[in-house]
Design a protein around this ligand. Sequence first.
Ligand code: ADE
Length: 250
Amino acid sequence: MSTAILSALTEEQSSLVEHLAHPQRVMHAGRAFWRGELNDRRVVLALSGIGKVAAATTATALIEHFGVARIVFTGVAGGVGDGVNVGDVVVAQDYIQHDMDASPLFPRWELPGYARSRLSCDPALTALLLEAAKACVAGGSSQFGLKKSPDQVPHRVHHGLVASGDRFVSTAAESIQLRAALRSAGHDVLAVEMEGAAVAQVCQDYGLPFAAVRTISDRADDTAHGDFALFVQTVASRYAEHMVQTLLQK
Ligand code: ADE
């Protein structure tokens, strides 16, 4: 039984590849996949590229071609919830597509054919991932190249709703508007990214366990672009690698 570790960008994946035992690179569907072992567990490392369709293609290939038994997404996200700061970690409880809008045929955000707006992550796998994230953050985030926040607040692990959409949210105005609109319908979003909800939907369709962890690279505001670029270059993959290794020990 192998576990797929899926990321959007090479910068989010590179430390995992460096630590892979018996690495074997396989090209499939125009993407590079890595078979190997981490912590003596069989894994397939995959890169989706950015966006929901790219993520759905990659998740489907992992299931249909590589026969993985579960999928863990690891990467970065923009923090939109109160107190969800750069360097914090969000473990997804469930996912919504913030750009899904088939109204007036279906209520805003409802997934046509699924009769709901939110898809849950697998509770058991998510509980393990949450434990792993907490252990890593408690071990001190400076080991991943992170500076303490200016107000010296320690980095935190959050657990809750994450929203995906095919937009890089890069103004405070958009982030505030997006959060408020979802909130008015009872969806309190912690973070935004561009892939997770698509993978959650594919895993739901195939009946496969799915969990996701996202380190906060930016606040989805007017400085998001620069903050994101710096974070993915310096911190993202070391953080991801540590959390995945800890998860695979469980
Ligand atoms: N991933 C990381 N930061 C993001 C942002 N601001 N918007 C969408 N996806 C992101």
